[in-house]
Write a protein that binds this ligand. Structure first.
Ligand code: COA
Ligand code: AMP
Ligand code: ZN
Length: 446
């Protein structure tokens, strides 16, 4: 039932003792970075002032802007010769962020992901397929190493090419799949087109008469990387005939493996031997009353290359009350309720409106007004960018090549392909005189 019983079975007081021990070490280690030395000096505190977990509140928050300002290596707490991997956020406009890992960090990350996968019942002998993007997307290598660490045959299918994805599922007998929730619908749609019914009970069938070509062995789906509702989860489970477990993570905290549902599906256990959790009011930055929704703030206590103290994730959630019947005492987070900034997530890719704006503003033919609309009709997430032209033009070929160039440059920046529409000046909607920049028309988001 437990992959790491020595950590998973800790009681609340044991967790707190371990956290304090690791926090002290982490803070000392942070003093290897000029960033935290300066932060502590500026706020008039020393590592010795942090004597209890409650003292954590004395330390200033770390923000995404701090990571940008430290790009690329300024927050490394170890010599660069000990860093073996980095993951970077997308985008060429503005400054991206970089997260660094030592070999120990990668090992601990793989352990955390393996623990999550074991917790939902996956074992050596399962065949795990990952439809996440690889490369800089942490869902790729993060699940790859975690699933391998657990001892599963792991299929690095990566994103896209849905027919091939399904061929792998049927040919290899994939039993567990990691997919972004909005992509699960697309998978089902294409399975239907291919005459495959994933709901058939192939386990029983296979035992009796051998493999069944028009069904799958899928029994578990790991869904995460973007907000989704309970209703969406149930629909995915029914559609694909699987149990679907919510997985939460972010590149700043390694990637997947931060918080994960157990088989009770009643909230996401956050691994408190890796992270200290705070929930704060995003405006006052004070702790919210117990059980209320606020912004998740995380402190890493098991990381070498780039420890982060009180990192403002910008994700909104709450801590669920009560004990979990699974016996783990690690806190449970409610499913994410949204963000306290303007970041959008589409097809599992994080996008800030400013990235779109910066690209558009490089074209002298375009005016200042634009509108981003997000939709998800027919199991496909779509971003439409309408942008006003500076001057009227009826030169069809010029407009067409301009649209193509804008689309290409946007794709380079935001990694997904938007539909670009050039519209005439003054035609975009305004609300109380102000331009509307983003309309999210996706159904059943939260
Ligand atoms: N995961 C996996 N595949 C996806 C996907 C997703 N979230 N969203 C779309 N796709 C598939 C599409 O279905 C399509 O394949 P198909 O036509 O064979 O069905 C293919 O990817 C291209 O999709 P399209 O919408 O035309 O491309 P795009 O240029 O807008 O997006 C992707 C490009 C899909 C490669 C990009 O959105 C991506 O890499 N997404 C995954 C991000 C990720 O892994 N995040 C996890 C972070 S931990
Ligand atoms: P990335 O750094 O690209 O992995 O993106 C991390 C962000 O994705 C998080 O900060 C969340 O906003 C979002 N995210 C990841 N997992 C989930 C999840 N299970 N539910 C809702 N949002 C998620
Ligand atoms: Zn549990």
């Amino acid at each position: 039932m437990y992959l790491h019983p020595e950590f998973e079975k800790l009681t609340r007081s044991e967790i707190e003792v371990l956290q304090m021990e690791r926090l002290k070490k982490t803070i000392d280690h942070c003093m290897n970075t000029e960033f935290y030395r300066r932060r502590f000096a500026e706020s008039g505190i020393t590592p010795g002032d942090i004597r209890t977990l409650a003292d954590l509140g004395k330390i200033p928050f770390t923000t995404k802007q701090d990571l940008r300002d430290s790009y690329p290596f300024k927050m490394s707490a170890v010599p660069l010769s000990r860093v073996v991997r980095l993951h970077s956020s997308s985008g060429t406009t503005g400054t991206p962020t970089v997260i660094l890992h030592t070999q120990r960090d990668l090992d601990e990350w793989a352990n955390a992901v393996a623990r999550c996968l074991y917790m939902v019942g996956l074992r050596p002998g399962d065949i795990f397929q990952n439809s996440s993007g690889y490369g800089m997307f942490t869902g790729g290598l993060g699940f790859q190493y975690g699933a391998e660490r657990l001892g599963m045959l792991t299929v690095p299918a990566a994103a896209g090419n849905t027919k091939r994805q399904i061929k792998f599922i049927t040919d290899f007998g994939t039993t567990a799949l990691h997919a972004i929730p909005s992509y699960a619908g697309r998978l089902y749609e294409v399975m239907e087109e291919m005459g495959i019914d994933p709901r058939r009970d192939t386990h029983l069938h296979t035992l009796i008469i051998g493999a069944e070509p028009h069904s799958t062995h899928l029994h578990t789906l790991i869904i995460g990387a973007e907000p989704h509702s309970e209703e969406q989860r149930r629909r995915i489970e029914q559609m694909l005939g699987v149990k679907a477990y919510n997985s939460f993570g972010m590149s700043e905290m390694c990637g997947p493996g931060v918080a994960f549902e157990c088989r009770e599906q009643n909230g996401l256990h956050i691994w408190e031997d890796y992270y200290i959790v705070e929930i704060v009011d995003p405006v006052t930055l004070e702790p919210v009353p117990e059980g209320e929704v606020g912004e998740l703030v995380l402190t890493t206590i098991n990381r070498e290359a780039m420890p982060l103290l009180r990192y403002r994730t910008r994700d909104l959630t709450r801590i669920l009350p009560g004990e979990c019947p699974c016996g783990r005492h690690h806190l449970r987070l409610d499913r994410m309720k949204g963000r306290s900034d303007d970041m959008m997530i589409l097809k599992g890719v994080n996008i800030f409106p400013i990235q779109v704006e910066t690209v558009l503003m490089q074209f002298p033919e375009l005016g200042n007004d634009y509108l981003i609309t997000l939709t998800n009709e027919e199991a496909n997430d779509l971003m439409t960018v309408e942008v006003e032209l500076n001057a009227f033009s009826d030169d069809y070929h010029r407009l067409q090549s301009l649209t193509k160039e804008i689309t290409r440059q946007l794709k380079d920046e935001i990694l997904i392909t938007p539909v670009v529409r050039l519209v005439s000046k003054g035609s975009l909607p305004k609300q109380e005189g102000k331009a509307v920049r983003v309309r999210d028309l996706r159904k059943t988001l939260i």
